[in-house]
Design a binder for this molecule. Structure first.
Ligand code: HEM
Ligand code: HEM
Length: 117
C-alpha cells in the first residue's frame, strides 16, 4: 500500500515540474492543468496515509502535511499573482520552494522506509 503513496508522490513531483516548464513557456492553460493534477495526486497521497495511519504517526507525516499546506499556499499565491496582488518573482520563489520541499520529502521518505527499517 505504501508503494501507492510513493507512486502518487513521484507523479505529483513530475507533474509540478511539468507545470513550471509550461509556466516558463508562458503556456498558462498547461501550467494550470499540471498544477491541478499535482494537487489531486498530493491530496490522494497525503489523505490516504492520514486515513491509513489514523493521523500523524511520525515526523515524516507532520512534515508531509506541512508541505501539503505550503503547496496550497503556493496555489493561493498563483491566484493572487493573476489578480496582480503579488509580483511574479514572489510567486516564482514560492513555487521553486514548493518543488524543493516535495523533492526533499520524497528523499526523506525513501531514506526512512528503504534504508532505516
Ligand atoms: C502549487 C501551485 C503552483 C506552483 C508550484 C507554481 C509555480 C510557478 C513558477 C515556478 C512560475 C515561474 C516560472 C518561471 O520561472 O518563469 C510560475 C509562473 C506563473 N504562474 Fe504559477 N504556480 C502554481 C500555481 C499557480 C496558479 C494557481 C496560478 C493562477 C491562477 C498560477 C499562475 C501563474 C502565472 C500567470 C505565471 C506566469 C506565467 C507567464 O510568465 O506567462 N500559478 N508558477
Ligand atoms: C508531501 C507529502 C509526502 C511525500 C512527498 C511523501 C513521500 C514518501 C515517500 C517517497 C515514502 C517512501 C515510500 C516507499 O519507500 O515505498 C514515504 C513513506 C511513508 N510515508 Fe510519506 N510522504 C508525504 C506525506 C506523508 C504523510 C502526511 C504521512 C502520514 C500521514 C506519510 C506517511 C508515510 C509512511 C507511514 C511511510 C512509510 C515509511 C515510514 O515512515 O515508516 N507520508 N513517504
Amino acid at each position: 500500500m505504501i508503494v501507492l503513496h510513493l507512486v502518487a508522490n513521484l507523479l505529483a513531483l513530475f507533474s509540478v515540474i511539468m507545470a513550471v516548464i509550461f509556466a516558463k513557456r508562458h503556456n498558462l492553460r498547461r501550467h494550470h492543468f499540471f498544477i491541478f493534477v499535482t494537487i489531486v495526486l498530493m491530496t490522494f497521497a497525503v489523505g490516504f496515509m492520514l486515513v491509513l495511519f489514523r493521523g500523524l504517526a511520525n515526523v515524516h507525516c507532520i512534515l508531509g502535511l506541512a508541505i501539503y499546506i505550503y503547496v496550497s499556499f503556493t496555489l493561493l499565491s498563483g491566484i493572487l499573482f493573476r489578480r496582480r496582488k503579488l509580483s511574479r518573482n514572489v510567486h516564482r520563489i514560492y513555487g521553486i520552494l514548493a518543488i524543493s520541499l516535495v523533492a526533499a520529502q520524497i528523499f526523506y521518505g525513501l531514506l526512512k522506509s528503504r534504508f532505516f527499517n
